[in-house]
Design a protein around this ligand. Structure first.
Ligand code: IVH
Length: 431
């Protein structure tokens, strides 16, 4: 049957309708977590769009969903300067330091009044800057050294929770949206299963998987990986200004960007509720730290602490920066559950039943607040799969009371004369 060709005018109007509709469904699915159509219907819309682009190539626009994939692989990433440097945060591991931070702020501002803070989760991914010009996504950079980042636009475009176009009729001339790219925990487990099925080395954790994916030179690989994004800060802006830190979050959400919502009471903070808290004084930030620490295991993504930011942006300006960090924000991290150390030797433990278990004896290292010296290597298969050898530098992981495990070998640190480890086939005790 012959296809009836629409006129160019008709095609144009249907085309822009389709772009908007697909973007709306992407936001419903990825940002609001409330899909309103089936995958099949979605695919049908996408096919219709592709067909129109094939029949009327003149219509193609850069913010079309079809432009998310298909960019060519590159040899290396281009380096681009940030318009506004991407700084880092001062860290501590203790919530009490939040109170010291608050005192410092009051001292600099020469005030005894309470300061309002926005408390946010500290996402454990990698920071990325999105560049929107007149509402269109036109670039994306890694943080790099803070002054110059790498152009990872073709990988970032594949992330469907990042709108190609801001949802507004009046976009600012320029807005740089900063946030974190990460992989959800359940997506990570699936991804690692696939890696294993394909005979590839599994990733150590969601953060490594996200970072490794963004570094891929071929965007087709990024397109197959379940990357997500959360927005939390602004770089350069032209044609828009904000008064409060929490205004960013509501503006981002209005534009269709993924962000965590802001609550005003500590009791609202929960895995299904808001994850950020606007508080009137620093004591609440300490309680927020404890609450978030408790629910972190139940969250769909990894966080490694909290960030607190002075809510009033005029005060932020007044506070300014010290070295490479803002004076108006700080991070309180959770004790890491992973650390790097060295295997001194591998011993064989003989169980009650005579079963032989290889155990790594390591340089003592603090993991999640506990000193770890031994990690189980399970069996020969596990040793072979992770290629663990004596004298290797390794990442160890300890979750709660679980026996520490070697997650990954840092092969680049391995000595040339190292040899694979084999469990002896005779019992070391009774032979
Ligand atoms: S605000 C001036 N907010 O932490 C820095 N950063 O050490 C402004 N991060 O590289 C950053 N969650 O990758 C901010 N809610 C959050 C964050 C966050 C994670 C990361 C970010 C940055 C690092 C700072």
């Amino acid at each position: 049957m012959k296809k009836i060709q629409p006129s160019l005018e008709e095609a144009k109007s249907r085309y822009s309708e389709l772009i908007q509709e697909i973007q709306r469904h992407d936001i419903n699915y990825y940002v609001l977590d409330r899909p309103t159509i089936s995958d099949r219907e979605y695919d049908r819309l996408y096919e219709e769009l592709r067909a129109l682009e094939a029949d009327f190539p003149i219509l193609l626009v850069p913010n079309s969903p079809s432009q998310r994939v298909g960019a060519q692989a590159v040899d290396k990433f281009k380096k681009i300067s940030h318009r506004v440097p991407m700084l880092s945060l001062q860290n501590s591991y203790s919530p009490e330091d939040l109170l010291a931070f608050d005192l410092r702020i009051k001292k600099v501002l020469n005030t005894k009044s309470e300061i309002s803070y926005l408390c946010e989760p500290k996402f454990d991914g990698l920071s990325i800057e999105l560049i929107y010009e007149n509402g269109l996504l036109t670039g994306a950079l890694t943080r790099g050294d803070g002054t110059t980042g790498e152009d990872v636009f073709s990988n970032i475009k594949t992330i469907r929770s990042i709108p190609m176009k801001l949802q507004t009729k009046k976009p600012p001339k320029l807005i740089e949206v900063r946030g974190e790219v990460l992989i959800f925990k359940n997506d990570f487990l699936k991804l690692n299963q696939e890696q294993q099925d394909d005979g590839e080395i599994p990733f150590a954790n969601p953060r490594n998987a996200a970072a490794g994916t963004i570094r891929q030179l071929d965007p087709k690989i990024a397109a197959r990986r379940p990357l997500r994004f959360f927005a939390y800060a602004v770089g350069a802006a032209d044609g828009i200004s904000f008064k409060k830190q929490s205004d960013l979050s509501s503006q981002f959400a209005d534009w269709g960007l993924p962000t965590v919502s802001v609550g005003e009471k500590l009791c609202e903070i929960s895995k299904n509720g808001p994850l950020s808290l606007l508080c009137d004084h620093a004591q609440d930030a300490v309680l927020y730290y404890q609450q978030i620490h408790q629910i972190r295991k139940t969250l769909p993504f990894d966080i490694d602490g909290i960030v607190i930011k002075v809510e009033d942006l005029l005060l932020q300006e007044e506070l300014g920066f010290i070295a490479r960090s803002p004076r108006w924000a700080t991070a309180a991290k959770f004790e890491p559950e992973q650390a790097t150390t060295k295997i001194n030797k591998i011993i064989i433990q003989v169980g009650r039943t005579g079963a032989l278990t290889p155990v790594a004896v390591m340089e003592p290292v603090l993991v999640g607040g506990v000193t770890v010296t031994h990690a189980t290597l399970h069996n020969q298969d596990e040793i072979d799969r992770k290629d663990i050898r004596e004298h290797d530098t390794v990442i160890v992981h300890r979750a709660g009371d679980v026996i520490p495990e070697v997650v990954e070998v840092l092969k680049e640190k391995r000595k040339k004369d190292s040899v694979p480890f084999l469990i002896p086939n005779k019992c070391p005790i009774c032979h």
